[in-house]
Design a binder for this molecule. Structure first.
Ligand code: HEM
Length: 534
């Protein structure tokens, strides 16, 4: 090789090396710029978020991924203030414990959105509680109107079907409990069947007895559902965990239970179709069948329920309302008993008031409610202290929102911290004390402050608040009117520490019941009648 070509080769090699070096440097710089831009964007976005703990990427705040989220959130609120943000896994949460801010944000239309989580998507976007947009809005209007028509209202309500069916269930409960006075009794299964019967009757004219195999199966599936959801909820924070073997079998079991529940609802719908009479709408299933008939007549069948399958929609709504309306009332009744066991003076005040207003020759009625402020304020105080749905149902803004100058990004989870509002010492005098009189004004009438929010606030607040008010008054006042309730000898007072599940429910406990006789009870006990039989 000549000297010339050696020099040429050397220069060529150097040039090639230079080009790859330059290319390498260029690529590195590009990656760095993109990374820096991304980091700046993340920092700016985070600066606009409400303050909060940083957490560890990719886990977020690990301690929040435990069961007692409402308590952990309350501790964080003490550090970061009434509006804070934090991440659970990669999911951003905005937690609000100032009731004015809660009211302000939940007024917004976009806050009626629900999170797009994997677990929600298993419900196929149907039903009521986990839907949003037009389907939710139409369903809310429909359900509101129909439930009012069945008597879910306190205005001008005299002996509505709803009141009659609750009274029948109360009578049945009292008569069943009258057979339990010789030994200790766990009230949970008694309340469970009575409260289930109210909601099942209202929805589909079905009632159960405690030993009915269908009821036992129903309850088993609900309990199992709670355990299974407890096992898999991490999927919403770490979607990758859905592929773990235990998760898959738990999800399959949930799907299987849902199929079984649906096959029961399906039977009910088929039965209703056979006896359907448009002049006698017996319950919610009939109201839906009527809606379908009307849509057929108007040739708008395909538009109904946003094009979702009609019967699947009805079945999911039944499931939604059953789960929202059963566990909540049962838990409230159990907490009422716990607080009455712990506060004998308050219990006596309730019983004395009922003796005065209702008298000893009949059972309480809804029309007694306005004249029983001590009883009502006792119920309200128990709702305040127990805050059984402390985090409401998760809302997720459909567009970016702003509050107090902070960004609330679309898709994040927004949580009103109800338990914190109910225990805020700046709002309630000595909030940890059980004091029903805090709900009474100077004239002794019930007054609820605007920061009493057990049913949530805004457009998606509880649909069953009136039903809850009627049921909790009738069941609780009747229990107090007919029984003296005490603890078995040597038993410890039930704890005020709740257990998180669908609601925050009390530890298991048993009681002794002693009848308080009525003078003319026999006239008051109407024969049991199913709602649908009317
Ligand atoms: C003491 C009893 C009850 C309490 C404390 C309670 C509490 C709540 C709370 C906090 C929410 C969430 C509100 C929000 O996210 O903004 C809610 C929603 C709901 N509740 Fe209740 N509830 C009770 C009883 C009932 C009953 C008896 C029914 C039966 C119809 C019911 C039906 C619903 C429904 C359907 C929703 C969802 C509303 C929607 O998504 O638009 N609740 N409830």
């Amino acid at each position: 090789m000549s000297l010339d070509s050696m020099i040429l080769n050397f220069l060529k090699r150097e040039l090639e090396q230079d080009i790859s070096k330059t290319l390498f440097v260029f690529c590195c710089a590009l990656v760095l710029i993109i990374l820096a831009q991304y980091l700046i964007k993340v920092i700016i976005e985070n600066l606009r978020l409400p303050p909060g703990p940083y957490g560890i990427f990719p886990f977020g705040i690990l301690k929040l991924i435990g069961a007692e989220k409402h308590k952990s959130f309350m501790k964080l609120a003490a550090t970061y203030g009434p509006l804070f943000s934090c991440k659970l896994g990669q999911q951003l949460h905005i937690v609000i414990s100032d009731y004015k801010l809660i009211r302000e944000i939940f007024k917004k239309e976009s806050l009626t959105g629900r999170p797009r989580t994997l677990l929600c998507s298993e419900l196929n976007g149907i039903g009521f509680i986990n839907t949003d947009g037009k389907l939710w809005k139409d369903q809310r209007r429909f359900l509101h109107e129909k439930l009012r028509r069945f008597g879910m209202t306190l205005v001008g309500s005299k002996n509505t079907k709803l009141q009659n069916l609750i009274t029948n269930e109360v009578d049945d409960l009292i008569s069943n409990l009258s057979n339990e006075t010789s030994h200790t009794v766990d009230l949970d299964p008694f309340f469970a069947v009575s409260v289930s019967n109210v909601i099942c009757n209202l929805l589909m004219s079905v009632r159960f007895t405690r030993d009915d195999p269908k009821f036992i199966k129903f309850n088993r599936m609900i309990d199992e559902g709670m355990i299974l959801f407890g096992q898999i909820y991490t999927i919403d924070y770490f979607p990758v965990t859905q592929y773990l073997p235990g998760m898959k079998s738990a999800r399959n079991q949930i799907a299987e239970n849902r199929r079984e529940m649906f096959s029961f609802y399906k039977e009910v719908i088929e039965d209703h179709k056979k006896n359907f009479d448009s002049n006698n709408i017996r319950d919610l299933v009939d109201a839906y069948l009527m809606e379908i008939e009307t849509a057929k007549l108007n040739n708008s069948e395909h538009e109904l329920f946003e094009g979702n399958k009609h019967e699947e929609q009805i079945m999911q709504v039944i499931g939604d309302l059953f789960s929202a309306g059963m566990e909540t009332i049962k838990t409230t009744l159990l907490w009422l008993i716990v607080y009455m066991l712990r506060n004998p003076d308050a219990r006596k005040q309730v019983q004395d008031e009922l003796d005065d207003v209702v008298g000893r020759n009949r059972m309480p009625k809804v029309s007694d409610l306005p004249f029983c402020p001590k009883t009502e304020s006792t119920i309200l105080e128990v709702m305040r202290m127990s805050s059984i749905v402390p985090l409401a149902t998760t809302h997720s803004p459909m567009i970016d929102e702003e509050i107090n100058g902070y960004k609330i990004p679309a898709g994040c989870h927004v949580i009103p911290l109800i338990n914190s509002v109910h225990m805020d010492p700046t709002l309630w005098d000595k909030p940890e004390e059980f004091r029903p009189s805090r709900f009474l004004n100077a004239e002794g009438k019930v007054e609820k402050p605007e920061y009493f929010i057990p049913f949530g606030v805004g457009r998606r607040m509880c649909l069953g608040d009136v039903l809850a008010r009627i049921e909790s008054f009738l069941f609780f006042s009747s229990m107090m009117h007919r029984f003296d309730i005490s603890l078995p000898t040597g038993a410890e007072l039930p704890s005020l520490n709740g257990n998180p599940g669908v609601t925050i429910y009390p530890n298991k406990f048993s009681v002794c019941l002693k009848e308080r006789e009525l003078e003319a009870l026999s006239d008051e006990l109407a024969p049991l009648r199913a709602f649908g039989a009317n």
